[in-house]
Ligand binder design. Structure first.
Ligand SMILES: Nc1ncnc2c1ncn2[C@@H]1O[C@H](COP(=O)(O)OP(=O)(O)OP(=O)(O)O)[C@@H](O)[C@H]1O
Ligand SMILES: [Mg+2]
Length: 636
């Protein structure tokens, strides 16, 4: 028999231990919530900075066009061709009425005939180095633009070649415009925050206010003016973030955004912590009473949000066989369902992670995915079989594809065969994928109204290759429809696999069907080469790279793929959406010519690389007993 005092001490220690564990869990939950908030805020600032950068580029492109039109003015061209002297040229530039609107729309201008110094100029700064722009404009025979600092002001500068018919000389028309508060206000508006241009030491010009409302001014930007670019930081309050992107030389664009508070306010984000603490206190009191009375607490399973997902043996009426994936939002299991007369069917269960069961945004996103998938019926798209709730957890049952995702196929092929997929296999996979996308992009509801679906996350891990070589598109977790149904895609929040993302999607500007085709091209490149096109970039750098699209290095890499593919990739990866393939069907036509015996080769390849594994997997699904020996309750 224990002495009563010893029992009390034991009870107290046990209660303190339970309390300690619950406080630790609450702290971890708090940290996770903080980190998530910080990630969202940082992503919003990064996306804002990218949009601001694009707005500046657009402004420069508009200015280039304006100067190009002036440079083609026939009297100017004729005078330069005639080799008029400096005084006449000056008179022409300053007084002729045909250049009046040009003169009044720019802040400074000048003409360079030889070298890089203007022969005649007005209102151009004294020390004004435009050598690089002049050389670029001459060598590329098109306007070149950039940003320069003169007299503490930021100037947009354009150097534009004046094309003479005899081509003996290559004069340039120069023009400048001050990037003032008004100009930057447009950039700030696009960035949905406050924006400033800095040279790393001081703010040169600044404007704007966060769209989230009062209180955001430029003081934070001024404090963080030396933030190197690219970079992003979130301030201590978790709602304000500042991101910097390079714009020209030392100059950087700094953007400050403030995120609106999460729906549900503080209570919306901190309630799991409070619930954990309350449960912890309750459990501590319970343990104290039970142990104090000398009764051992029942050997009950812990009921915490972190309960190990490996303990699941059934989900609703589905008997779980293996866990095949664990994503940020879902746990993925292979499972079987059985019924009367020996009925048996293999499925894949995607179950919303227990931690997210109470997160309304995650639940809505998961329901969206299920509803969207339910509207799709196509041999190249994984079919949804069921959507429901087991306990308090949502799950989606999909047709089970015996095979491997394209990411694993490419990796295994590179490891074992020391080269990536054969060209015919790539063409087959790409063609079948485009058939799925053609259907997705054009599918209509029962009334014949297009649903306007965009997948938004076309990437190797979301494409399954079955053991028979069939290709199936899956994971509509990021997909959106434009038919009036609510879409989860928040402006400025980038979702999906960045390595396979179109520039417009990476910049948070929204994506349409053509973005899926861009992603398809990046997948085709990956399959041909065995590495993603932007392989040397990671993290925020990768997002910036994806937002900018291929640079000279990447274009050179695209040029090294088999020539039959490089023309197709060049078109599909064109920076301007209008220059790309406009529909999946159009792109599929070009790919179809390259297939040859791709279907048979795909079948043979997956058999060679994964045959025994897949046979064992199929056997396990077929042989697992109908009834689980012991049905564990679902973790809560
Ligand atoms: N129907 C299926 N049949 C066979 N395997 C599948 C199926 N669905 C998914 N998988 C496997 O599970 C992996 C992840 O699936 P999925 O892409 O649907 O989840 P996820 O949405 O990426 O997860 P998260 O959103 O949390 O990152 C796939 O890459 C594939 O290997
Ligand atoms: Mg996925």
């Amino acid at each position: 028999m224990q002495r009563p005092a010893a029992a009390q001490v034991r009870a107290l220690l046990a209660a303190l231990a339970v309390l300690g564990v619950s406080v630790a869990i609450a702290i971890v939950l708090g940290r996770v919530a903080d980190r998530r908030e910080i990630q969202r805020t940082t992503a919003a600032a990064e996306a804002g900075a990218l949009r601001g950068q694009t707005a500046l580029r657009t402004l420069l492109a508009g200015f280039e066009e304006q100067v190009r039109v002036a440079s083609a003015n026939p009297p100017l061209v004729a005078s330069l061709e005639a080799g008029i002297d400096r005084a006449t040229l000056r008179d022409l530039l300053f007084n002729e009425p045909w250049l009046k609107s040009f003169r009044s729309s720019v802040d400074g201008f000048g003409v360079v005939r030889r070298g890089v110094a203007p022969e005649v100029s007005a209102r151009l700064p004294e020390k004004f180095d435009v050598k690089d722009l002049s050389e670029r404009a001459r060598s590329e025979r098109r306007p070149a633009s950039g940003l320069r600092v003169a007299g503490g002001q930021v100037l947009a500068v354009v150097a534009c070649p004046v094309t003479l018919t005899d081509g003996s000389e290559s004069p340039l028309l120069l023009a400048t415009k001050i990037v003032d508060v008004g100009t930057l206000a447009m950039v700030a508006e696009r960035a949905a925050g406050a924006a400033a241009i800095s040279d790393g030491r001081r703010v040169l010009v600044a404007a704007g206010e966060s769209s989230a409302g009062a209180g955001v001014d430029l003081s934070e930007i001024k404090r963080l003016v030396s933030l190197s670019a690219p970079a992003a930081i979130t301030l201590a309050n978790g709602r304000d973030a500042i991101a910097a992107v390079p714009i020209d030389g030392e100059l950087r664009l700094i953007v400050h955004v403030r995120r609106a508070p999460a729906a549900g306010g503080i209570a919306g984000t901190t309630w799991p912590i409070w619930v954990t603490l309350i449960i912890g206190i309750g459990a501590a009191v319970g343990v104290f009473l039970l142990v104090g009375r000398g009764v051992r607490p029942p050997h009950a399973r812990r009921a915490t949000p972190d309960d190990s997902p490996t303990m699941v043996t059934s989900v609703g009426r589905y008997r779980v066989i293996d866990r095949i994936g664990l994503g940020g939002m879902v746990e993925i299991y292979s499972a079987v369902t059985t019924g009367e007369g020996g009925f048996r069917r293999s499925v894949v269960i995607k179950r919303l992670r227990p931690q997210l069961a109470g997160d309304p945004a995650a639940v809505a996103q998961f329901c969206d995915e299920a509803n969207l998938l339910a509207a799709l019926h196509h041999p190249n798209i994984v079919a949804v079989q069921d959507f429901g709730r087991a306990g308090d957890q949502l799950f989606l049952a999909e047709e089970y594809i015996l095979g491997r995702d394209l990411g694993r196929l490419v990796k295994r092929c590179v490891e074992q065969v020391k080269r990536s997929l054969p060209a015919e296999v790539v063409a087959h996979v790409g063609f079948e994928l485009l058939k799925a996308l053609d259907y997705v992009h054009n599918v209509c509801n029962e009334e014949g109204k297009p649903l306007g679906i965009v997948h938004g996350d076309v990437s190797p891990e979301n494409i399954m290759i079955s053991s028979r070589g069939e290709v199936k598109l899956l994971d509509f977790g990021v997909a959106k429809a434009t038919d009036g149904r609510p879409s989860r895609t928040e402006t400025g929040v980038v979702k999906g696999n960045v390595s396979f993302m179109s520039p417009e999607q990476a910049r948070g500007e929204g994506n349409d069907a053509r973005s899926d085709l861009y992603a398809t091209a990046l997948v085709i490149y990956y399959c041909l080469v065995g590495k993603p096109l932007y392989e040397s970039h990671a993290g925020y750098e990768l997002l910036l790279k994806a937002g900018a699209g291929p640079g000279p290095e990447e274009w050179a890499a695209v040029g090294r793929v088999p020539p039959r593919f490089s023309a197709l990739l060049r078109r599909a990866l064109a920076p301007r959406v209008e220059q790309r393939y406009q529909s999946a069907r159009e792109m599929a036509v070009d790919l179809e010519r390259l297939i040859g015996d791709g279907a048979q080769r795909t079948h043979a390849l997956i058999g060679r690389l994964f045959g025994p594994e897949l046979t064992a997997e199929a056997r396990r699904l077929a042989e697992t007993p109908d009834e689980p020996a012991h049905r564990e309750p679902m973790p809560t």
